[in-house]
Design a protein around this ligand. Structure first.
Ligand code: C2E
Ligand code: MG
Ligand code: MG
Ligand code: MG
Length: 293
């Protein structure tokens, strides 16, 4: 009986492995066609100033509108895209699309400080030869305002690369800004971080969500903000979901925030609607700022 059970379990395990392998292969094949079939979409999540309560820009986040499976999140296909090298054509599509939107939105929604657009670059893209030329080409072809474009890189993407500093310098020379994404969960050499021409640290959402627990979590965020300011960088708090977290970040002198509390990532149409309305959080952010003075 034990043997039969063991066999059954083995088959079950095997079947699951097989299913995973098959669905993985399907995903890869479908992903190859996704670009030509124009199934990729960008959603946009606002970045909010904690000083003024205003939307200062957006982060472009890719989604895949699969004909059968519906909207697929980037966590499900970016890793596959990285392994297969498809991240390059996908990444360039994202950058081009985001630059075009940036240009249109800056014209449609003029501000004293023009709206910014943040685009994620994967480690593979960062390490690709010809990166600088490709970014420059897209900037020229789309005619977007280079100073308003922010490229997001993770700590590991940068730290894994021996020649990171010169690549970063060359990117900055194009006029774009550089942000470190998910800061705090990777391994950064503080010495190298100090040398890198980085504009902004984005505090990983795991730290922001733990602000509710108080204690050492508050101290960690405080330390990151101090580090950033010492190095002449701005700070974005990622993944803000509550007004308590918002208040904490304001008290800790964090400049910007992003998260479901303000808005989920929205499609282009909903983003435009958001830009023409007075968001409900606006007064709250302003009040919190005043109450600190
Ligand atoms: P990320 O760059 O750190 O983007 C933030 C992620 O956190 C987004 O997930 C966003 O929807 C989510 N998020 C924002 N606010 C909240 C919140 O308040 N609570 C929670 N729980 N989550 C929040 P998304 O869109 O699923 O993207 C996941 C990751 O996929 C991104 O993390 C980024 O690393 C990657 N990604 C997305 N688009 C691209 C792209 O075009 N290229 C590359 N290379 N990676 C991308
Ligand atoms: Mg990001
Ligand atoms: Mg992030
Ligand atoms: Mg991430």
């Amino acid at each position: 009986r034990a043997k039969a059970l063991g066999k059954a379990r083995y088959c079950l395990f095997n079947k699951t492995m097989h299913q995973i392998a098959v669905s993985r292969l399907r995903l890869e094949t479908d992903l190859r066609r996704a670009l030509e079939r124009q199934e990729l979409r960008l959603h946009y999540q606002p970045l909010v100033s904690l000083k003024t309560g205003e939307i200062t820009g957006f982060e472009a986040l890719v989604r895949w509108e699969h004909p059968e499976q519906g909207l697929i999140s980037p966590d499900q296909f970016i890793p596959v895209a990285e392994e297969t090298g498809l991240i390059n054509p996908i990444g360039w599509w994202v950058l081009r699309e985001a630059c075009l939107k940036l240009r249109i939105w800056q014209l449609t929604f003029p501000r004293k400080i023009p709206l910014t657009m943040s685009v994620n670059l994967s480690g593979k893209q960062f390490a690709q030869p010809g990166l600088i030329e490709q970014v420059d080409l897209i900037l020229r072809e789309t005619g977007c305002d280079r100073n308003s474009l922010k490229l997001e890189l993770t700590e590991s993407a940068i730290m894994d690369h021996s020649d990171a500093n010169s690549i970063l310098e060359n990117l900055r020379a194009l006029g774009v800004k550089l942000d470190i994404d998910d800061f705090g969960i990777g391994y950064s050499s503080l010495d190298r971080l100090y040398q890198f021409p980085i504009n902004t640290l984005k505090i990983d959402k795991s730290f922001v969500s733990r602000l509710d627990a108080g204690g050492r979590n508050v101290e960690i965020v405080k330390a990151i903000v101090t580090l950033a300011h010492t190095l002449g960088m701005n700070v974005v708090g990622e993944g803000v979901e509550s007004s308590y977290q918002l208040t904490q970040l304001q008290a800790l002198n964090c400049e910007f925030a992003q998260g479901y509390f303000f808005s989920r990532p929205l499609d282009s149409k909903a983003t435009e609607a958001l830009l023409t309305s007075q968001p409900k959080w606006f007064c709250q952010v302003k009040t919190e700022e005043k109450s600190q003075l």
